[in-house]
Design a protein around this ligand. Structure first.
Ligand code: SAH
Ligand code: DHB
Ligand code: MG
Length: 222
């Protein structure tokens, strides 16, 4: 880690120690994901809590997540829901999906969370019947970000909130010439929201235990 990264990590650790008491279900999910060989790319604990806060502040009852991994972010989102709320999460890798289902069951939110297996662009059309959702978290394969944003608009109604993870990529999002697929995906979705009059968007850079990245947040206003 570089010096600034050490400083960000120390501040994250301090804030998490103060604000995030040990939590058996979340801690078990993180441990299970590592034991199952899943990559260490889930949202950080403090970021997961931010997602929980946004869903709670918004009063969302129907949540859609694209990119489940082991269900760590799903668990934070599910916990923000009222008893009759639902989260649908889409994951292409069956091993990730199985791990997520086990984590969500163990956490006691299995009845509120449904993990759908398949490439999101194949699965999302089947969700039109269950729409509208009032919160969408996009966190899957970055080259499809703009396509997922278009689906999020189809699957929501006015007032909904859309959050996209990983849109800053250590600041490389500012590099118009980048050939990195993650950077290109970040730029594509920022440019797509910029051109979409139905959205009120912003980008929030984040630093911490996951390095320097950021969230795109947008509200459907039209
Ligand atoms: N939201 C998770 C992290 C997701 S990582 C968390 O914070 O805990 C990205 C996930 O997207 C990976 O599990 C990957 O398998 C999945 N993914 C990649 N391509 C996909 C696609 N086309 N459709 C659905 N999921 C996809
Ligand atoms: C990657 C994906 C993510 O969703 C993330 O939060 C961090 C990294 C990746 O594919 O490298
Ligand atoms: Mg992510």
């Amino acid at each position: 880690m570089t010096q600034p990264e050490r400083v960000w990590d120390a501040a994250d650790t301090y804030a998490a120690e103060q604000l995030l008491p040990p939590d058996a279900a979340l801690d078990a999910a993180m441990a299970n994901n590592a034991a199952a060989g899943l990559p260490n790319i889930a949202v950080s604990p403090l970021q997961g809590k931010l997602l929980q806060l946004i869903v709670g502040i918004h009063g969302a009852r129907r949540v859609l997540e694209i990119g489940t991994l082991g269900g760590y972010s799903t668990l934070w989102l599910a916990r923000a829901l009222p008893a009759d709320g639902r989260i649908v999460t889409v994951e292409v890798d069956p091993h990730h999906a199985d791990t997520a289902r086990a984590n969500l069951e163990r956490a006691g939110v299995g009845d509120r969370a449904e993990v759908l297996v398949g490439a999101a662009l194949d699965v999302l059309p089947g969700l039109l019947d269950g729409a509208p959702f009032d919160f969408v978290f996009i966190d899957a394969d970055k080259p499809n970000n703009a396509a997922y944003l278009a689906w999020a608009l189809r699957l929501t109604r006015r007032g909904a909130v859309i959050v996209v993870d990983n849109v800053v990529r250590r600041g490389r999002v500012a590099d118009a010439g980048s050939e990195d697929p993650g950077v290109r995906g970040a730029r594509a979705v920022i440019e797509a929201v910029s051109a979409e009059p139905r959205l009120l968007p912003t980008v929030v850079q984040t630093v911490g235990s996951k390095g320097h990245d950021g969230f795109l947040l947008a509200r459907v206003v039209g």
